[in-house]
Design a protein around this ligand. Sequence first.
Ligand code: NDP
Length: 485
Amino acid sequence: MGYDPQPEGSHYIDGAYVDDSAGEVIEVIYPATGEVIAKVHAATPAVVDRALAAAARAQVIWAAMTGRERGRVLVDAARLMRERNRELSELETLDTGKPLQETLVADATSGADALEYFGGLAGSLTGEHIQLGEDWVYTVREALGVCVGIGAWNYPTQIACWKAAPALACGNAMVFKPSETTPLSALKVAEILIEAGAPAGLFNVVQGMGAVGGQLVGDPRVAKVSLTGSAATGRKVYAAAAGEMKHVTMELGGKSPLVVFEDAELENAVSGAINGNFYSSGQVCSNGTRVFVHRAIKEAFLERLTERLKGAVIGDPMDEATSFGPMVSARQMEIVQGFIAQGEAEGARLVYGGKRLERPGFYLEPTVFADVTDGMVIAREEIFGPVMAVLDFEDEDEVIARANDTVYGLSAGVFTRDISRAHRVIGRLQAGSCFVNSYNDAPVEAPFGGVKASGVGRENSKAAIEHYSQLKSVYVRMGDVEAPF
Ligand code: NDP
């Protein structure tokens, strides 16, 4: 470990670290060893109140600045994140257990992309003018006010930035609650925003479990809630927000299909399936965990896949040669082990992995089941771990119907050399973030989000602006007002 990850305080409020030892202790466990590497306290109601009050104050100052001025702060924060990428990546690795090989390119860098992109857009956010004869209407794009962000544990830095960047670009302030499993990285985002010139209180971080999230969501000062988490939590948070008609963005789970046709370029399809199942030890919401492979190439696909999996370097996440790390927590590992046991009990054919590694930390082997059928639990439920289910199919209509037969709709992918088929099939798959001859790319320029139980709203891209601002429309009459009496 390069440095002590213990933060100066548990929370970051109004431009400074804050603590309240009355809050429940949250131990931060390094997933590669099981060691406790830091401790923070859950926020007490008084701490949450301070954060919301600070955000409300800062929002007024921030919204009065020009978009270009706000954008400059975000772009400066992006630059600082890139300059500190190594340090931030090491912290992310300690927080999550993800290999440094990944965190160096997919976490602070992705956060910086979002800050840079929305920083660039901030100066060009405008309303419009609608001429109606001699009268006219103008619209004003207004901030919502104080937004709450609630994050999952798989991408703590990225999630904080994907929510903060569009929110702040639009003139909002934010209170962010990381997952209790990964409380460290978002604090660094808060520090960096202050260093880049954001007013104190603009982006605050409070730690805690679901109860803290609940307090945030229920507070009348909050205009919007953006959650990244499971569909079960999404339903609770959406319902709580509805009580006061708050805006929501819900980025939830998935059980996404990846369809490999018989004419696919096999090596690329295998790469897509690896990226879509084993990156971050499978802890990625958009993963293509139901891999439908045409019966004609199934055995060739499985053979090549298992050969390639032998090349995974499983080990110390801080070693840049490591390409596959531990699960985030003992609990998550146990949940995934339960699914693996269930897959075996249901009669799926275990073709690779399936076991816990005999070493400290929460390591599971990359695992592949073949001959999976649609009704099996491992084909229906989100596992959120390194478990791929391979299902066979014969024809296009059949695979589309089966791929869509799920409550979820986050992502979908298709591998084929037939371009007409690629677009025809993608057009019929019910999913928000789709891929043709690729899988799991998430550039900030593209909208990201799901349909059905995978969520509402979109993160990233210009679409996110609609979810962090509202339009005021102003009718201006130039002549006399006619009235019926
Ligand atoms: P959870 O749904 O368990 O938790 C998400 C966040 O919500 C956590 O910070 C959690 O706090 C908080 N929370 C829990 N209950 C409440 C409540 N009643 N009110 C307010 N906040 C609450 O998800 P995980 O952290 O386990 O993450 C895994 C899930 O996230 C998977 O389903 C995955 O698919 C999804 N995900 C979706 C992504 C997307 O963009 N679509 C991206 C990444 C993950 P705490 O954990 O501290 O209890």
